[in-house]
Design a protein around this ligand. Structure first.
Ligand code: GLU
Length: 610
């Protein structure tokens, strides 16, 4: 799930490996390690629990030299975070790093123990090290040994192997977790993400599912799943070196909106197979906890609160567990009752939100079954102080108005909901496979939503001179309307409110006139007919409507009702999808108004004060 870096070079590579790990730190990890073969064909292995900086200091202190090495940041799934469980794992002359999960590790472990292998860690990964060591004995090459090993592994993995007796090469296999090879001049590299290698190369080749590769200083050979040599395309990357660079975009917020397809791929990577959610990947003990959970208490602020509100519909309707969502600053100052088997879930982009952190500290004393955080910043206070953390991996978010943190939180919670439903026998395998399919289609669907940028830009002029806007939705689209209204307030300084559309007649209908645009999130679903009646209530009073719907919804626009017709997407992921046009709308309104989009007045990114 986390980071892999490898290198075959003439120069010393320890520093390159550690720098690569640093670039992958944002993904979250609990320990890090490196193994380099030195001139005497000795394997120098250094591992540390905690930050990459601690590993870097240890590597410096131990003067690790050598041109061939592998490195890893670990996000524990099997076995606690500890130095002994940190990668690389070693068996004889073989050292291995691995991302992902080996599902059949227990049976493989038993077989290997019968063969006399003594396990040094609790990880699933260690079976790979021993298997390669075993197969190497009867194979002509290291690649062959890895091919034979890969054929015995079930699960999702990306793995890289080095043999200390032959430092001229490293070998790698990909099945479910990405491996990218980076081409240098007289040296070659690999990693789990090209970001790790941007300081040494821009030329990359991605392995495909089932590929096994051999990398030497001068050559890269790839074999496909059937063992046939294949050529994979080499591409030149123009990715930015640095998250702090706006690149082609005018604002960070705009960049972050457009990064959402990639961010969602990162959120899901290694956590979903083609049919199922990999619950172990949610965190150590996640399976035990999610099996038992009867109630979920979400605590958050701002945008994160809105995502919790949306996910609540899923927790109750799909997973069948009750769910409450509360604003952290309220929760922390009231007496609350903890229900049996209740899981506390904090949501925060930064992991430093003071109110949320205080709520977590307080709640920990009150007897929740466990405290989990869904967070975007590795090593942040919420991550450190929670029992386990599910990192959203959206990448650095700089714009104060949160965008990709919101959509990735929703994807993370959907995975969690599916896990609970399956573990508690409330979901068939078929339904899980359908939801997972929708999740896989989500990044491409977000691209489709982003294609509405121009249309929404044109629409934004209608809003820029208004003083108020009303956002309406029903069901899980009500929190999407809440998030839309928060975005508009934050960056355009236009007063906006969100209502559950059924509430209109209980008060806000009095506000409707031609000066108050009303935005409706109206995808086709069971509540559409009810929502249509609410829309009629607005129309009858001369309101100006902007309806975001899909082609199946059958709306016909007129002078007072503009229809933004989006391609239909599966119901389950539609709340995430409909968030995107709302983000674009507030962005374009703010542009017209000329506000400071990335740093709106009076607001801060990480709200570390009460
Ligand atoms: N399952 C392996 C472990 O727990 C690898 C985790 C990872 O992807 O970092 O060590």
């Amino acid at each position: 799930m986390c980071g892999i870096v490898g290198a075959v070079a003439q120069r010393d590579v320890a520093e390159i490996l550690v720098e690569g790990l640093r670039r992958l730190e944002y993904r979250g990890y609990d320990s890090a390690g490196v193994a380099v073969v030195d001139a005497d064909l000795e394997l120098k292995r250094v591992r540390r629990l905690g930050k990459v900086q601690e590993l870097a200091d240890a590597v410096d202190a131990q003067d690790v030299t050598g041109g061939t090495g592998i490195a890893h940041t670990r996000w524990a799934t099997h076995g606690e975070p500890s130095e002994a469980n940190a990668h690389p794992h070693v068996s004889g002359d073989i050292a291995v790093v691995h991302n992902g999960i080996i599902e059949n590790h227990e049976e493989l472990r038993a077989t290997l123990q019968e063969r006399g292998y003594v396990f040094q860690s609790q990880t699933d990964t260690e079976v790979i090290a021993h298997l390669v060591e075993w197969e190497r004995r009867t194979s002509e090459t290291l690649v062959e040994a890895l091919q034979k090993t890969a054929a015995q592994l079930d699960g999702a993995y990306g793995t890289v192997v080095v043999d200390r007796k032959d430092p001229s090469r490293i070998v790698a296999a990909r099945s479910g977790s990405p491996i990218v090879i980076g081409f240098g001049v007289g040296e070659n590299f690999l990693a789990s993400d090209q970001l790790a290698l941007l300081s040494v190369t821009r030329r990359f080749m991605y392995l495909e599912e089932g590929d096994v590769a051999e990398i030497t200083r001068r050559d890269v050979k790839v074999l496909d799943v059937d063992g046939n040599p294949v050529e994979r395309e080499i591409t030149e990357s123009n990715a930015e070196h640095d998250a702090g660079d706006k690149g082609q975009y005018r604002h960070f917020m705009q960049k972050e909106i457009f990064e959402q397809p990639r961010a969602l791929i990162n959120t899901m990577e290694g956590r979903v197979t083609d049919k199922a959610v990999v619950t172990e990947a949610i965190g150590v003990n996640a399976v035990d906890i999610l099996k038992k959970v009867e109630h979920v208490q979400i605590i958050a602020c701002g945008t994160s609160y809105n995502s919790g509100m949306a996910a609540r519909y899923w927790f109750e309707s799909i997973a069948g567990v009750s769910c409450d969502v509360e604003i952290a600053s309220e929760f922390r100052y009231r007496d609350f009752v903890v229900r049996p088997n209740s899981l506390l879930v904090t949501l925060s982009q930064s992991g430093e939100t003071a109110d949320t952190l205080a709520a977590l500290r307080l709640a920990k004393e009150k007897g929740y079954m466990s405290a989990m955080t869904i967070c975007n910043v590795a090593g942040s206070s919420l991550v450190r102080e929670s029992d386990f953390a599910f990192m959203t991996r959206a990448g650095t978010e700089i714009g104060v108005a949160s965008t990709k943190a919101f959509t990735t939180q929703l994807a993370a919670m959907l995975m969690m909901v599916v896990s609970i439903a399956r573990l508690q026998d409330r979901m068939t395998e078929e339904r899980e496979a359908e939801i997972v399919k929708s999740l896989h289609e989500l990044p491409a669907n977000i691209e489709k939503a982003l294609a509405f940028d121009k249309e929404i830009e044109a629409l934004a002029t209608d809003f820029a001179d208004k003083h108020h806007t009303l956002f309406l939705g029903r069901g899980e689209y009500y929190p999407i309307a809440m998030e839309a209204s928060l975005k508009l307030k934050e960056i355009s300084y236009i007063h906006a409110e969100a209502y559950a559309a059924g509430e209109l007649k209980h008060g806000p209908l009095a506000l409707i006139d031609a000066d108050m645009p009303v935005v409706v999130v109206a995808p086709t679903n069971d509540l559409l007919e009810k929502l249509k009646s609410n829309i009629e209530e607005v129309r009858a009073r001369g309101g100006l409507l902007y309806v975001f719907a899909d082609e199946k919804a059958g709306f016909e626009g007129d002078e007072n009702m503009k229809i933004i017709q989006m391609p239909h997407v599966d119901d389950i992921i539609a709340p995430i999808y409909y968030t995107v046009p709302m983000q674009l709308l507030s962005y374009h309104v703010a542009l017209i108004k000329g506000t400071d989009v990335d740093q709106p007045r009076n607001l801060a990114k990480a709200v570390t004060v009460e």
